[in-house]
Design a protein around this ligand. Sequence first.
Ligand SMILES: C[S@@+](CC[C@H](N)C(=O)[O-])C[C@H]1O[C@@H](n2cnc3c(N)ncnc32)[C@H](O)[C@@H]1O
Length: 263
Amino acid sequence: MKPYLMESEEEARRLVAQARAHPVSQHLVTTGLSEGHAALDAGCGPGVITAVMAHQVGPSGSVVGLDLNPERLAEARASCEPLPNCRFIQADVRTSGLPDACFDYVWCQFVLEYLPRPETALAELVRMTRPGGRVVVSEVDGVGTFNWPMSPVVQAGIPKFLQALASTGFDIHAGRKMYHLFRHAGLKDVRVHLSPLWVVAGAADSRLMRDWSIRLQTLEPVAAPAFGGLEAYREFSQAYLDLLCDEDALKYSVLLVTEGRKP
Ligand SMILES: C[S@@+](CC[C@H](N)C(=O)[O-])C[C@H]1O[C@@H](n2cnc3c(N)ncnc32)[C@H](O)[C@@H]1O
C-alpha cells in the first residue's frame, strides 16, 4: 500500500494545477496568517501554497513546508528557492519531530482526509502551535458526489467507488468532521468557512477533466476490485468523465476551512 493513496507520476502536476485553480490566499488572511508569523504548511506537496504563505508572512516571518514524500519536497524546494524565508523538512505530520509551540499559524490542506486517525495528526498540529496561535485545516466534503443528473452507471458506481476509498482510510467527509475534532482537541473559537471548490454548470474545463482523469486512473488498483474488475471500473470512469463534460448536468463540490485558537 502506498503511504499516500493518490501517489502517481502525474500527482505533482495535478496538485500544482489544483492549487492554482483554487487560490487560498483569502482563506489564509481570513484565518489569521499575518506578517512576521512563523508558519507551518503541513503536507505541503509541491509547495504552491507554501510560497503564497511565505509572501504573506513577509521577510520578518518564516514558513516551514513539511511533507512525507521526498519527490514532492524536491519540487517544493526548487519552486521556492528564490524565497529565503521558506524551508522544507521531510516528516510525517503525525510525528513531526518539531519542537512544541514553535509556530504562530499552522495550515494543513487535503492531508487529514487520507489518514485513518486524523485526530493523531491534529494533536500534533496543536502541539506545534504556540498558545494563542491558530490551527487551520482545509478539507473537502463529499467531493465528486454532488452531481445532477447522473447516468445509471455513475449512480450505481459512486457507492462502490466510495467504499473502495473508505477501505484505504480515505474519508470523503473529512471536512464536516473537523469542527468536532477541533473542539475535542481543546481548540477555542472554532469557526468553519464554507466555499465552492468547483461549480460546473455545463461542461467542465480541461483542468478539471484532466484532474479527474488522473484521479480515476491512479485509483484503478484500489477501486477495480470493488467493481468486480478493471473493465467495469473503466466503464464507470468513462461514464464519470462523460458526466463532467455533460452540457446539461450540474456538478459542484465544497471546501470546508476550519480554524481554531490554541488556548
Ligand atoms: C493532496 S496533497 C495536498 C498538498 C497541498 N497541501 C495542497 O493543498 O496542494 C497531500 C500531500 O500530503 C502528503 N502526505 C500524505 N500523508 C502524509 C503524512 N502522513 N505526513 C506528511 N505528509 C503527508 C502527500 O505526500 C501529499 O504531498
